[in-house]
Design a protein around this ligand. Structure first.
Ligand SMILES: *Cc1c(COP(=O)(O)O)cnc(C)c1O
Length: 853
């Protein structure tokens, strides 16, 4: 052919009966509802696979005769009607779905939650994510829809998404940016009353950047994606939202300004008035400044505006890696924030101060901004909460990290999305109301235990077989493209094939970031060779994952794994599969026997891929970090204790690798291959069952969102209401009080008025008396309290007693007295302390001030 090439697309015309297929293709309900996906599959299985499970593309390519034939097919029509009925029932607000829950303290019709995140991983057909953060955000939206919350999410419309990965012959990661055609994505442009795209102008240095809004429907909730590719923008501004985590710092701050500031403006333009604003990781923290600006426009001064804003703001931090925090040079930040500062009549320095952090002097730290502009904060596992509390303790300088206001909500995964169809079918058949019991631990224990072992085993093996068949094709394509020899391809095909379910298959797939230590298992090569190479008890290792294009050490990891996979001793024992995405993740987590995770403790904030494996009956073999530190119970997998406290890092890797290989060699492999009469190991199946029933109810996104709703959103709604009523009168009062306390606090002192008693007897009260110089504050502005903890019992609860103010005497200041009713006999540790207190605070220790005697 010569000359220019043009495309002509011939689109099918949907028979009338199938008109609602369009609707199904436009609601991400399909990302977790197997019925909808099954429908597309049945129309044309090959086409469904070849268009990457994208229903919109599918409906544009499907053969007309196929549609016409199916229109006459009674079976198909019946199924179609069933799927539509389920879809309608899910969307109908008057029908209470089994997954809806009573949410304590939240009016789920009125209290709108706005959720902001840089990435969303909902389905492979909408590639707006790079890793765990995005998948988590997607799962959060899905669970919010299931629970029936009033919920709206905001993100950016990346026309080029994140990159697609191939791995070349030498193990180099190759990056492919696909400009998506937006009419092939499940997104709809939001139009105004006149049918024109809504344009939201955002103030940028010396100009405005306009964004338009795309709507994604996720079950019953909406995700709005902002897009700068609008003709009225300067040519250099149009690509701002093209790529997730692409570009330099200037590009990043521009994206984050659009997300934070533009996101608030967009929700306002759509007439939405959220009660709570959830910043999911620091990228979107600029929303705080825009909301302060709104309050200033309504007449509050900046500090009062910050109080009103912060009380309604929730911040979840996701990274325990210091380098993972988003930083900008102050000059760059000043340039972009100048307009906002001017609109609020404050110096830019005031805004820069909100984002300062001692570890990054002179830089603008988005995490610090989020911490100062929110009043409810959490880490994503118990271990991570403690790490974050330590890392961020500078925000509450006098408070012990153990006690500062950072709380914890452990991450979870959306069960309907990540539970394999075979399990769903099994539960549908045996206990059709299982979706109403997602967080019921006893229900799951009972239900899973009742499945006969042989049935459980054969189901896991059939999922494994599906995975092998899928991976065989993927690897075949990858090897052929890289011109691997026939022998190499055939060798792979003999191992990675649906029939070969006998080997123990271990999966490791996640972003290739150095702290995740993908190479840990290779620390002792000889030993690993021995374990993998046993012909009687074969073991296979599967790897997949992307490294950020600018992360050179991450890409070096990929190259190393590639080299191991080609090395004779590991040939056909170690495989590296390219193109990790949510579809490949689903295959791997449902098909492998063991899920391996070996992060450097305590840097894995939570990790969720291991949860996906466990709910499908896989066993985790992982460092006790993140979620696994609380999920592991001794029987439901294997936990490797970290040696970060007792060993330097180079020795630690070696020792942890030895522990890992010990477990693999002496526990995992023997248990798996201890095959009994039914052709399987009873010990293995018992562990897999335990993995499934312990993890599923405790680490679901449904449970996670319920915890956010009841423990964080509900109090935020109440707290923010108290400050915002009457034009923000409460916020003004609180800001004034805080200013007074800050000015006085350095001069506040406290001392014993009388030496405390060393002992008391029987039912005599112990009397404690302290004198405080409050430096102009009143006794009502502080709390003086005594903490008593039994000296012997390490886990005993602390008891707290509050002092009462007595009288004031110019010479000794304020006297506070406490009579402690005698507790049970014994020795107690006693501490007395004072901190500023106001009933309008969102957390008693929010000021970060404390005095001890
Ligand atoms: C679940 C998931 C992740 C998160 O994996 P971690 O092991 O928690 O890092 C990343 N990418 C994809 C595609 C996932 O599905």
């Amino acid at each position: 052919m010569s000359g220019n090439e043009y495309y002509l697309e011939v689109r099918p015309r949907l028979p009338d009966v199938f008109s609602r297929l369009e609707e199904l293709a436009n609601n991400l309900f399909y990302s977790w509802d197997r019925g909808v996906r099954g429908l597309f599959f049945r129309i044309d299985p090959e086409l469904w696979a070849s268009c990457g499970h994208n229903p919109k593309v599918f409906l544009r390519r499907v053969a007309q005769h196929r549609l016409e034939a199916l229109a006459q097919d009674t079976d198909f029509n019946l199924r179609y009607q069933e799927v539509l009925a389920a879809f309608d029932a899910y969307l109908d607000p008057s029908i209470t779905s089994p997954r809806e829950r009573e949410v304590q303290g939240l009016d789920t019709d009125r209290d709108l939650i706005a959720y902001f995140c840089m990435e969303y991983g909902l389905h492979e057909s909408l590639p707006l994510y790079s890793g765990g953060l995005g998948i988590l955000a997607g799962d959060h939206c899905k669970a919010a829809s299931d629970l029936g919350l009033s919920f709206v999410a905001v993100g950016l419309m990346y026309r080029q998404g994140y990159f697609c990965q191939t791995i070349n012959r030498t193990g180099g990661q190759e990056i492919h940016l696909n400009p998506y055609s937006l009419d092939e994505l499940p997104v709809t442009l939001v139009l105004d009353e006149q049918g024109e795209p809504i344009h939201i102008p955002v103030v940028f240095p010396g100009r405005e950047v306009v964004v338009q809004i795309w709507q994604v429907t996720v079950g019953r909730v909406h995700l709005y994606l902002l897009d700068s590719d609008v003709a009225v923008n300067e040519p250099e501004d149009r690509p701002i939202t093209y790529q997730l985590y692409g570009g330099d710092r200037r590009m990043r701050i521009a994206q984050e300004l659009l997300l934070g500031v533009g996101g608030v403006l967009a929700l306002r333009r759509l007439g939405l008035t959220p009660s709570v604003w959830h910043i999911n990781e620091g990228h979107s923290a600029f929303l705080i400044l825009e909301r302060c600006r709104e309050w200033v426009a309504q007449g509050l001064d900046f500090q009062a505006a910050l109080e009103a804003t912060a009380a309604a703001t929730v911040f979840t931090t996701h990274t325990a890696v210091p380098a993972g925090h988003d930083l900008f040079d102050q000059d760059l930040a000043s340039e972009y924030l100048w307009g906002l500062a001017e609109a609020m009549a404050v110096p830019v320095k005031t805004l820069l101060d909100l984002a300062r952090s001692p570890q990054n002097r002179g830089r603008f730290n988005m995490t610090a901004l989020a911490l100062r502009g929110a009043r409810r904060f959490n880490g994503v596992s118990r271990v991570h909460r403690d790490v974050a509390a330590q890392m961020e303790s500078h925000v509450w300088p006098d408070i012990e990290p153990a006690e500062n206001p950072l709380s914890s909500v452990s991450n979870g995964v959306h069960i309907p999305t990540f539970l394999a169809r075979e399990w769903v079918n099994l539960f549908d058949g045996h206990c059709p109301d299982w979706k109403a019991h997602l967080d019921d631990t006893e229900f799951w224990q009972r239900t899973i235990q009742r499945i006969p072992d042989h049935r459980f085993w054969s189901l896991t093996q059939s999922l494994k077989s599906d995975m092998l068949s899928d991976l065989g094709e993927r690897l075949g394509e990858q090897y052929r493209r890289n011109n691997f020899s026939r022998a190499r391809i055939e060798g792979m095909r003999r191992v990675i094939t649906a029939e070969n379910t006998q080997p123990l298959i271990i999966g490791f797939a996640r972003r290739f970031a150095t702290y995740k230590r993908a190479l840990l298992i290779f620390e002792d090569m000889q030993r690993l060779t021995r374990i993998l190479g046993d012909p009687e008890r074969p073991v296979i290792l599967l790897f997949a994952g992307k490294a950020h294009p600018q992360d050179m050490p991450g890409q070096a990891l990929i190259r190393r794994v590639h080299e191991f996979a080609s090395q004779p001793s590991f040939l056909n024992r170690v495989f590296l599969i390219e193109g990790y995405d949510i579809a490949l993740a689903r295959k791997l987590v449902t098909g492998v026997d063991v899920w391996l995770n070996t992060p450097e403790y305590p840097l894995e904030a939570s990790g969720t891929s291991g949860q996906k494996a466990a709910i499908n009956g896989g066993l985790n073999l992982s460092i006790l970090d993140g979620w696994w530190a609380e999920g592991f119970d001794g029987h439901n997998g294997w936990g490797i204790a970290p040696h970060s406290d007792d060993l330097p890092s180079d020795q630690r890797d070696l020792v942890e690798a030895q522990d890992l290989l010990d477990m693999l060699e002496h526990e995992v492999v023997p248990s798996y291959f201890d095959v009994g009469p039914g052709g399987y190991s009873r010990d293995w199946v018992s562990r897999c069952k335990a993995s499934m029933y312990t993890v599923l109810p405790r680490f679901s996104a449904e449970r996670m969102v319920l915890r956010y709703a009841e423990d964080i959103y509900a109090p935020a709604v109440a707290g923010a209401r108290g400050l915002s009523e009457s034009g923000g009168a409460g916020a003004r009062e609180l800001a004034e009080w805080k200013a007074r306390v800050c000015a006085a606090w350095s001069g506040v002192t406290m001392a014993w008025a009388e030496q405390p008693p060393e002992a008391t007897e029987g039912d005599n009260d112990a009397i404690l008396t302290v004198d405080a110089n409050l430096n102009g504050l009143s006794p009502d502005d502080v709390v003086v309290e005594c903490l008593l903890t039994p000296d012997m019992a390490t886990d005993a609860a602390e008891r707290v007693y509050r002092f009462s103010a007595r009288d004031e005497d110019a010479s000794r200041g304020h006297r506070f007295v406490l009579a402690i009713p005698a507790p049970e006999n014994g020795l107690f540790r006693m501490h007395v302390r004072m901190y500023p207190f106001n009933r309008r605070l969102q957390h008693p220790l929010e000021m970060g001030c404390m005095r001890w005697v």
